[in-house]
Design a protein around this ligand. Sequence first.
Ligand code: URA
Length: 432
Amino acid sequence: MSQGRAENFDAVDIIRTKRDKGTLTSAQIDWTIDAYTRGVIADEQMSALNMAILLNGMDRAEIAAWTAAMIASGERMDFSTLGRPTSDKHSTGGVGDKITLPLAPLVAVFGVAVPQLSGRGLGHTGGTLDKLESIPGWRANLSNEEMMRQLRDTGAVICAAGAGLAPADKKLYSLRDVTGTVEAIPLIASSIMSKKIAEGTGSLVLDVKVGSGAFMKNERSARELAETMVALGKDAGVNTVALLTNMETPLGLTAGNAIEVQESVEVLAGGGPEDVVELTVRLAEEMLACAGVHDADPAAALNDGRAMDVWRRMIAAQDGDPDAALPVARESETVLAPADGVLVGLDAMAVGVAAWRLGAGRARKEDAVQAGAGVRMHAKPGAVVRAGEPLMTLLTDTPEKFDRAREALADAVTIAPDGARSGQKLIIDRIS
Ligand code: URA
C-alpha cells in the first residue's frame, strides 16, 4: 500500500502548506487520504484542506498522487477474465442526462462489455440509479459475482458502486457536498477518475458538461477538467477521451425519473429527441473506437431493435420488468409561453431545480425520490412558439410543490422575435 503510511505527518502542517500555495509531496498525500479514511484527520481539518485546494489548486503530480491514494483506499475490480474489451462512459452531470440508459446496451451490441457503475442524484442533477429504479422490480445493488455474470450474459450492466470501491472518495465527497468545495477541479478529477480506474474498465469516454446546468459553467474550466481527467486515465493505462458538451439547456424533452426512462426507451425504439440520439450515437462511436471497434454503425442498431433487445435483457437480469407500465405523477400543471417568437433559451439549471423541487431529486442522501415527478418540455431552443401555447408540463405527486417549481422557472425561458436563431452546438470539442 502507500509508502507514506510509515511516515507521520501533521495535518495542520499540510493544511498550512496548501494554504500558503505550496506543493504537497506524494508521501504527504498518501498519509492524508489514509489518515482521513481511518478517522485520524478530523472532518474540520479535511474541510480546511479542501478549501485550500479549491482556492490554490494542485499541480498534475499532486492530482495524480491524490487519485492513486483514493484508489488504494479500497478494492480494484478486474474484468480481464471476460475475454472481451470493456468500455465505460462518465458524465460530469447535467439536467435531462439520461444518455447512459440507451448507451450501455447500444455499445454492448458490438461485443464491447459495459460495466457502468452509477450514482444517485444529489441537488439539481439527476441520478441514473434513481431513474432506473422507477422500473418496477429493478434492483441497483449487485454483488461483484452478479455483475460479472450479467456482463458475460448480456454485455451491459448499470448498477451501484459497492462500498469497497474508493471508500476515501465516498467520505470526501459527502464532506465536500456540505462545505462548498465540490467545484474544485483537482478534487472533481480525482474523485471521478479514482472510481473509474478502480472499477477496472479498459477504456473510458468522459462527457464533460459545460453551461448553466453543469458544475463547469464555462468552456475554459470544462476544458481544464477534461484535460486533467484524460491525463489521469492515460497514466493509469485506461484509454481515455473526453467530449465537451453543451449543458446550457436540458438534454431531450424530459427531466425527472420515469419520464426519462420513457424517453430513453423511445430512443432505443429508433425515435426520441434529436439531441439525445446525436449524443448517444457519438458517445457509442467514441467508446467503441476506444475499445478497438472501428467499423460499427450504432445508429443502425438503434433503428433495427438490436440495442432494445440488449436493454430488455439488461433490465430483466436485474429483476426489472421491461414491459411494466412506468409510474405516473398524480398531478400536473402547464407552463405557457409568455409571448410569440423563437425560443432561444431554456435554462438547464432552472429546469433542473424545478424538477428537483417537484420531487424528482433529493435534498439529503436519505430522502426518497418520486418516480413520476419532473418536467416535460414541449419545445426546445430553436422552436417557434406562440403566446399561450404549452411550453412545459410540471409533474408531481405533491401539488404543494408547484409554486416553488414555478419560482425556479421564473427566468428560465427566453423568447426572441421571429427570425432569431438559438445557435447552440451540442458537441463543443473532443479532447484526447
Ligand atoms: N462526480 C463525482 O463523482 N465526483 C465529483 O467530485 C463530482 C462529480
